[in-house]
Design a protein around this ligand. Structure first.
Ligand SMILES: Cc1ncc(COP(=O)(O)O)c(C=O)c1O
Length: 504
């Protein structure tokens, strides 16, 4: 008997729902069909006589996962997900979850967006893989053609694709070193650039990502991000003051720790993701550009999480400093709505310094992922996504700000922040004194607020994530999210925060 034959994922129960409305439909042209529709043919099976067996089978698969999936991988919940549609996830035991994680900012157009899935399915029958060092392939070139007009600066017209955000960061490190002939990098406290040995060395959001694995790539210096936590000041500190303090810290690094003439690149996220959804003040970005220009340092903008309309514009820097010229732009996640492709964009002068053959990778610029990326750009470039982010962001922030100013809940919340649909609420924490600004000393602050709020949401089938070393919950729904979905999610979230306030 084959050792693969004992159980099959096909044995998992299929869950379905009527195809009445697919979130995201409003964002595609009427000629686009829905390849996912066939999967909706069956009705949920909870009520049939096999339901007990089916539920057990899902539980068994979860048990199997706990037994065999790498222990080093954390999980919010042990659901076994069998289908995704828009913001809905369906589990093997018949649950429907409202997904406000979007695969951590990846499925910006919702799960299985029909236009993207159809393009990928069509590409599967044309060409799946052509290693990028063998020849050009059409989807690779067509994706570049779609991305050029989307770039935040006209100089960014040279591309290299890889598979993950971390790999794209590795590529940026290599390019920065080759192009400048220098080795050192500067990053910011709270930064997340990945978990591989090079990208992990640039990551400063939590030790868990690299602990026990050193020594990491040497030559990385960390300066303070202009965020009150990183500078030990109160949340109400003015942006001007935060920028002044952060500029001072960077200046000290360049005077005391590393000579700027030995620095290859400064890496920064325009909105720190794993650092707590903190947008960088525009004045600080402008300052970094000046420092880089003065010393021949490359400015690397990491838009892996903030790109592809997540913050309301194609790339976040367009809103922060419209004229900013990144030397290298790093992107991934939303580019192909879940198909694994990432990349860096730079200018001719920088890429011309690379040794031919130094860049590459077996799956780099996979044809199916490129086809999905082209289709995703077609949807982004229609304009409806951007409009939706604008209105849904206002709706979401209204709820969050309502809680932050509400009599029953304001003592729990230290800040609401973010851009577009990259939004966060940070809770007060008695062990982080700066979060206690504005509350009287006799106010009782409950412990582990964020974890308790998240737990309530997860128990009510709303998938939400925390972020950062601080007590923060983040919201990153698909950008196709509807008014009703925001209302539904926020009803659960508001109840969760109010419960913690009541229980104390
Ligand atoms: C800003 C940023 N850079 C890099 C990465 C690494 O991307 P990946 O997980 O695809 O390797 C991430 C992932 O969350 C990220 O948010």
């Amino acid at each position: 008997m084959s050792r693969f034959a004992s159980t099959s994922l096909r044995a998992l129960p299929r869950v379905s729902r009527p195809i009445a409305s697919i979130p995201g439909r409003a964002f595609i042209s009427s000629s686009v069909t829905t390849p996912a529709s066939a999967a909706f043919a069956q009705q949920p099976q909870q009520s049939d006589s096999n339901s007990d067996a089916a539920i057990k089978s899902a539980a068994q698969w979860a048990e199997f996962g706990r037994d065999h999936v790498c222990h080093g991988l954390g999980r919010l919940r042990d659901h076994v997900v069998v289908k995704g549609d828009g913001l809905d996830l369906y589990t093997a035991d018949g649950k429907k979850l409202l997904d406000f994680t979007a695969g951590i900012g990846v499925t910006n157009l919702g799960h299985c967006h029909p236009h993207v899935s159809k393009a990928a399915a069509a590409q599967v029958n044309e060409l799946v893989h052509l290693q990028c060092s063998i020849s050009f392939h059409a989807p690779y070139l067509q994706l570049i053609d779609k991305l050029i007009p989307a770039m935040p600066h006209e100089s960014l017209d040279q591309f290299f694709f890889w598979n993950s955000g971390s790999e794209a960061i590795e590529a940026a490190i290599k390019v920065a070193r080759q192009a400048t002939g220098k080795q050192n990098m500067i990053v910011f406290s709270g930064a997340y650039h990945g978990r591989t040995m090079g990208s992990g060395a640039l990551t400063r959001s939590k030790p868990i990502y690299t602990q026990g694995t050193g020594p990491l790539m040497p030559g990385v210096f960390s300066s303070a991000f202009p965020y009150w936590h990183q500078l030990g000041v109160a949340p109400s500190t003015s942006e001007e003051e935060l920028v002044r303090l952060a500029e001072h810290q960077l200046d000290l690094i360049l005077r005391q720790q590393v000579n700027p003439k030995d620095v290859a690149a400064i890496f920064i996220e325009p909105v720190q993701g794993e650092g707590g959804y903190v947008p960088v003040p525009p004045a600080f970005l402008r300052h970094l550009r000046q420092v880089c220009d003065k010393h021949g340092i490359l400015l690397v903008i990491d838009e892996v999480q903030s790109g592809f309309f997540r913050t309301g514009s194609y790339f976040a820097i367009e809103q922060l400093v419209p004229e900013l010229r990144p030397d290298i732009l790093v992107f991934a996640k939303g580019v192909a709505n879940g198909f694994p492709i990432s990349g860096i964009a730079s200018n001719k002068e920088i890429f011309s310094k690379l040794d031919v053959g130094s860049m590459g990778g077996t799956y780099s610029g996979n044809a199916v992922a490129c086809a999905a990326g082209i289709a995703a750009q077609e949807v982004y470039q229609q304009g409806d996504i951007q409009k939706n982010v604008e209105v849904r962001s206002k709706q979401l922030f209204k709820y969050l700000n309502g809680l932050a100013s509400g009599e029953k809940t304001k003592h729990l919340i230290s800040q609401v922040r973010g851009m577009g649909l990259m939004a966060a609420m940070e809770f007060r924490n008695t062990s982080d004194k700066c979060t206690l600004e504005g509350v009287s000393s006799d106010t009782k602050i409950p412990k582990n607020i964020g974890k308790r709020v998240q737990e309530y949401c997860l128990n009510n089938d709303l998938m939400v994530l925390t972020t950062s070393a601080f007590d923060t919950i983040r919201f990153i729904p698909a950008l196709t999210v509807t008014e009703e979905e925001i209302d539904r999610a926020m009803k659960i979230f508001v109840q969760a925060v109010e419960n913690v306030a009541k229980e104390g």
